[in-house]
Ligand binder design. Structure first.
Ligand SMILES: CC(C)(COP(=O)(O)OP(=O)(O)OC[C@H]1O[C@@H](n2cnc3c(N)ncnc32)[C@H](O)[C@@H]1OP(=O)(O)O)[C@@H](O)C(=O)NCCC(=O)NCCS
Length: 176
């Protein structure tokens, strides 16, 4: 998986040694509250390790799940995801679309990190030839909507196409 760099951040593959950070972040309701129809808090390091392994399997040279690290401290700040998004329906079949997503630790919120990291992953995806990337957010997720505005993805209204729920859809087309 390609490591990506921005002025303040390094985006690199997750490693087993990051499990403490993953557990700390994903065990918090303020992080999970808009993720999934029923928020589920991570409970232990085994779950963190299993998630890190599952994320590793997303890597296909274009898609991937990146650990976002602050360059000046080396501290982990969050996660950036570029991955196939399942269609609504009982089988979670692939929809054919690729989604970008962002999850950050509350200690790192409000510094523009999510937007900076997301812009780099969008650029990577388009550079690798993806025609289109989608974002879906819970309508109440104001911070995430702001990230969408900052990276220039285009609002398309509500959709029930993904994750068996109604979400706000944003799209970005490859400018190349
Ligand atoms: C969404 C999230 C990734 C944003 O991370 P972040 O690093 O703070 O994002 P940024 O700093 O790049 O931008 C956030 C913007 O939202 C604004 N914002 C944050 N909370 C807000 C609120 N409650 N109301 C209005 N604006 C808000 C910030 O001021 C900032 O805008 P600004 O740069 O114009 O000041 C972070 O809140 C998070 O991890 N949330 C939990 C996981 C999640 O919901 N992920 C998204 C799933 S779609």
């Amino acid at each position: 998986m390609q490591t990506l760099k921005t002025p303040r951040l390094t985006l690199r593959p997750y490693e087993s040694a990051d499990a403490d950070f993953v557990l700390d972040m994903y065990s918090r309701m303020e992080v999970q509250r808009f993720l999934g129809a029923v928020p589920k808090l991570m409970k232990n390091l085994d779950e963190a390790q299993a998630l890190i392994e599952a994320w590793g399997r997303v890597d296909d040279g274009i898609c991937g799940v990146w650990a976002v690290e602050e360059r000046d401290t080396g501290n982990l700040a969050g996660t950036l995801l570029l991955k196939p998004i399942p269609a609504s329906g009982p089988e979670r079949q692939p929809s054919g679309d690729i989604e970008i997503g962002w999850h950050f630790h509350p200690a790192s919120w409000g510094q523009g990190f999510a937007a900076e990291a997301a812009a780099a992953v969008l650029e990577h995806g388009f550079g690798q030839g993806l025609p289109r990337v989608v974002v879906v957010i819970d309508p109440a997720n104001t911070a995430s909507r702001r990230v969408c505005e900052k990276i220039g993805v285009v609002p398309q209204g509500s959709t029930d196409r993904y994750y068996n729920t109604i979400l706000e859809l944003f799209t970005a087309e490859n400018p190349g």
